[in-house]
Ligand binder design. Structure first.
Ligand code: UDP
Length: 374
């Protein structure tokens, strides 16, 4: 399992990919899969063996110039390739290192083990990141939704073995967890970013007169006080400009509030007590972790029908979808008709870590079979 050089597994705070790995690995081991983790030394996830080039996560280095960022990824991967050359007990590599990981492992050719690379982003606009995949049938990719795969560059789609929806530990026994008191508020949980559409949500909340909580970081700023203290320099970040220019004018601290990044129990309580969670998307959401988390905690989803949303949400059962931004306002008012328990039941069937691991074991077998094929 190649987690990369950026963050420890599980991650200390933010870290979507590392969270997926931390959720998947214990379930794989329960199914009898032996897992060697290529990560950073500070990872604490129980595994059978760990391989590390860096003692600690290099996340802060992502702010450096692009060639230095690639250099760090390459150094990590050189360690992984060295390891693979030196042993013959690795049956398959499950790689999560964006773009450069798959290219490097593919370049090993027949000397490398079969490789499954999980796509984590919407890559439609970045075909050049992957280029052509040498390594033929030994390297395969999977998406985190059918929609993400459908939009991926042809070079990747040709190597696809399917998709696996994301899961959340919150979905385990979700239908048996105590029902939280539902409040009046709507919630948008996620990075503040034009693609996530917080400006649309804030405007709609005023129109329909429902309180809205915006939770998530603005660029590198996790707390309103940090952003306020940062001064004009903060505007260099595009997400900060988006927030200040498009969202903040609607944030009155009363009906619409920005609370910064929330984590742990605070995050779960905010999500579980929301009347609905809102995703007024302007991008093709590739995997939608926060969507799955919302269902697991019994909160129906109101969203623009983009990206993976139509795959995750059953309209009229676990949420309400529309292609019309303005109609979202009406749907917000209708969301209280949906049954929170039904959301939790669906999550407990479809989005548990065990379901995700089972599906990955199937894909691993497919990857190994196609690597064996003449
Ligand atoms: N998240 C969080 N606190 C916040 C905002 C987001 O813990 O204030 C988490 C959220 O619960 C989810 C992840 O960050 O687990 C975001 O993943 P998602 O796939 O929804 O969006 P991405 O940022 O990957 O596009």
């Amino acid at each position: 399992m190649n987690a990369g050089p950026w963050l420890s597994v599980p991650p200390p705070g933010y870290g979507g990919i590392e969270n997926v790995i931390a959720t998947l690995v214990p379930e794989l081991r329960r199914l009898g899969v032996r897992v060697v983790l290529a990560s950073v030394g500070s990872s604490t996830l129980p595994v059978d063996e760990q391989v590390s080039v860096f003692a600690d996560g290099q996340f802060a280095a992502l702010q450096r110039p692009y060639n230095q960022v690639c250099g760090i990824a390459q150094a990590h991967l050189a360690g992984v390739v060295r390891e693979l050359h030196s042993r013959d007990d690795i049956d398959l590599v499950h790689d999560h290192v964006e773009a450069v990981g798959l290219a490097t492992l593919a370049a090993m050719g027949p000397a490398g083990p079969p490789t499954l690379h999980t796509l984590h982003w919407d890559l439609a606009k970045h075909p050049a990141l992957y280029g052509s995949l040498d390594g033929g049938d030994r390297v395969r990719v999977n998406g985190v939704s059918a929609s993400q795969l459908a939009r991926a560059p042809l070079a990747l789609r040709e190597h696809s073995v399917g998709h696996v929806h994301l899961s959340t530990p919150l979905a385990v026994d979700a239908d048996r967890r105590p029902r939280p008191e539902k409040g009046e508020h709507l919630l948008i949980l996620g990075r503040i970013n034009p693609g996530k559409g917080q400006d649309v949500g804030a405007r709609l909340a005023h129109r329909v007169g429902l309180p809205l909580v915006l939770a998530g970081p603005v660029g590198p700023y996790h707390r309103p006080a940090d952003l306020a203290a940062a001064g004009d320099e903060a505007r260099q970040n595009p997400d900060v400009r988006f927030f200040l220019d498009e969202v903040a004018p609607h944030v009155d601290g009363d009906l619409v509030r920005w609370v910064g990044t929330v984590a742990g129990q605070e995050r779960d309580d905010l999500l579980a007590s929301a009347r609905a969670s809102l995703f007024p998307l302007r991008w093709e959401e590739p995997g939608g972790t926060a969507v799955v988390e919302s269902l697991a905690l019994g909160t129906p989803v109101v969203a623009t029908a983009r990206g993976c949303l139509p795959e995750l949400i059953e309209h009229g059962r676990t949420g309400l979808l529309t292609t019309d931004e303005e109609e979202l306002g009406d749907l917000l008012l209708a969301a209280e008709l949906l049954d929170p328990d039904e959301c939790r039941r669906v999550a407990a069937q479809r989005f548990t870590p065990a379901v995700m691991a089972q599906r990955y074991v199937e894909l691993y077998e497919r990857v190994r079979q196609s690597a064996r094929a003449p």
